[in-house]
Design a protein around this ligand. Structure first.
Ligand SMILES: Nc1ncnc2c1ncn2[C@@H]1O[C@H](COP(=O)(O)OP(=O)(O)OP(=O)(O)O)[C@@H](O)[C@H]1O
Length: 291
């Protein structure tokens, strides 16, 4: 049976007014506890009566980059959103199965939804910084949402650390008070990555993070991702096969055959998936024969 919905979406960005006082933050949640493995077990998803994912199981190892690939409409983004409980924000949506973060089911009634979304962050296709907010405050915006307390010096250190993680520090260190909306698209996406990292997620989900960017910005983000993987487990949806081959350690190939829900056809080591796939459909897809 599908699990019931909840409308608790308090940790979904952007939801913060630009004039929020970042110095007044209640300490209601401890920081994350480092790299974690994420494991989906028999995850099925529905929109209304329509089942769009069927019993998907996948282990996303700690500190590795997992790419989700497959043709449009096969359920990659739905699966990604089920991994941090964003799927249930759609009113008609439901799901079944388990998502284990280092063995703990994020759908267990004892796990707060805000905690799950803080531990498992998300970067979206289109960069979505708070445009009028300064670059520094953009990075710090998540602290308010997660209720993390920090001194002025701690915040300054955090801003630098996260902007370095996002590969943006050198480009913006002299204009941290400038508005985030004044950056280029690629810089804005790296600012969003820095903002995601400020709340110390254990897993970072990335839904086609480069699809709105030029090739140069794309390569910068790919380099950034490889460095980020030392601090956070990454799961990326991409339509770009070269990108999947360049950045990921393992791949999962999703497919939805005519009129049926999406499922994983094959998954494994990225090099093996691209050079010697076991399934003919994987071979055809990674070689650009469909999709
Ligand atoms: N909010 C929604 N309401 C109803 N159906 C939806 C909704 N979002 C997605 N779907 C349907 O669920 C199926 C899976 O969509 P999803 O976006 O997960 O696929 P995808 O593989 O990520 O596609 P793409 O690569 O084009 O982004 C599709 O048939 C889509 O039409």
């Amino acid at each position: 049976m599908p699990a019931s919905n909840t409308q608790d979406n308090t940790l979904v960005m952007p939801a913060l007014p630009p004039d929020v006082d970042l110095d007044v933050v209640p300490n209601v949640a401890p920081p994350g506890e480092g790299l974690a493995q994420l494991e989906a077990v028999d995850v099925s998803c529905w929109f209304g009566e329509r089942k769009v994912l069927d019993r998907v199981s996948l282990t996303m190892p700690a500190g590795r980059i997992t790419a989700l690939i497959g043709p449009s409409g096969c359920g990659k983004s739905t699966f990604l959103r089920a991994l941090n409980r964003m799927h249930e924000m759609v009113p008609s949506a439901s799901m079944a199965g388990r998502v284990l973060l280092d063995g703990e089911d994020i759908y267990d009634t004892s796990v707060r939804i805000t905690r799950a979304r803080r531990d498992i962050g998300m970067v979206f296709q289109k960069p979505n910084p708070f445009p009028a907010m300064s670059i520094a405050d953009n990075v710090l915006a998540g602290l308010k949402l997660t209720g993390t307390k920090a001194t002025k010096a701690e915040k300054e250190d955090l801003v630098e650390h996260c902007l370095r993680l996002g590969g943006l520090w050198n480009e913006v260190k002299d204009r941290l008070d400038a508005p985030g909306g004044g950056l280029s698209g690629g810089q804005q996406q790296r600012l969003c990555i820095a903002r995601s990292m400020a709340i110390k997620p254990r897993v970072l989900l990335m839904d086609e993070p480069c699809s709105a960017l030029d090739p140069t910005s794309t390569r910068v983000i790919e380099e950034t991702m490889k460095q980020l993987a030392e601090e956070v487990t990454i799961v990326i949806v991409t339509h770009n096969m070269q990108q999947a081959a360049r950045v990921s350690d393992q791949c999962a190939f999703f497919l939805a055959a005519q009129g049926t829900p999406g499922a994983i056809v094959e998954h494994g080591d990225t090099t093996a998936m691209f050079t010697s796939p076991q399934d003919q459909r994987t071979h055809d897809y990674v070689n650009g024969r469909f999709g």
